[in-house]
Design a protein around this ligand. Structure first.
Ligand SMILES: [Zn+2]
Length: 117
């Protein structure tokens, strides 16, 4: 995959990340409205517990996505992007267009899901 293509996927990844971050900021403002005055001076500790709560409030899929997107954003800077982490084949553009943060090809993904269930 050339650099230009990777730039396109990077854009997609950042867009998705922004969507999830948007959800995060909504969550933050809601929680802070409720808890204003109670946890004001807790600083970092409060922040990280908000983050934890936020992650818990996400669906499993979204939670995995946050992690996968972060990983993919690192990979997209390198030639490894678009290559299956498990077997090393090209993941394929069709799949990447739908799931740009996919670390595995379809075959490995299915295998992993079967093993998990
Ligand atoms: Zn694979």
């Amino acid at each position: 995959m050339n650099k230009r293509e990777r730039e396109l996927y990077k854009k997609k990844l950042l867009e998705r990340k922004q969507e999830l971050n948007h959800k995060l900021s909504e969550f933050y403002s809601e929680s802070k409205e409720v808890e204003t005055g109670i946890v004001q001076d807790l600083g970092d500790e409060a922040e990280s517990s908000y983050t934890r709560e936020f992650l818990l409030s996400l669906s499993d899929t979204e939670r995995k996505q946050v992690a996968s997107i972060d990983k993919a954003l690192k990979r997209v800077e390198t030639a490894d992007f678009g290559i299956c982490e498990s077997c090393g084949v090209n993941i394929g553009k069709k799949r990447l267009n739908v799931v740009p943060w996919a670390p595995l090809c379809i075959a490995c993904q299915q295998k992993e899901e079967e093993e998990a269930s």
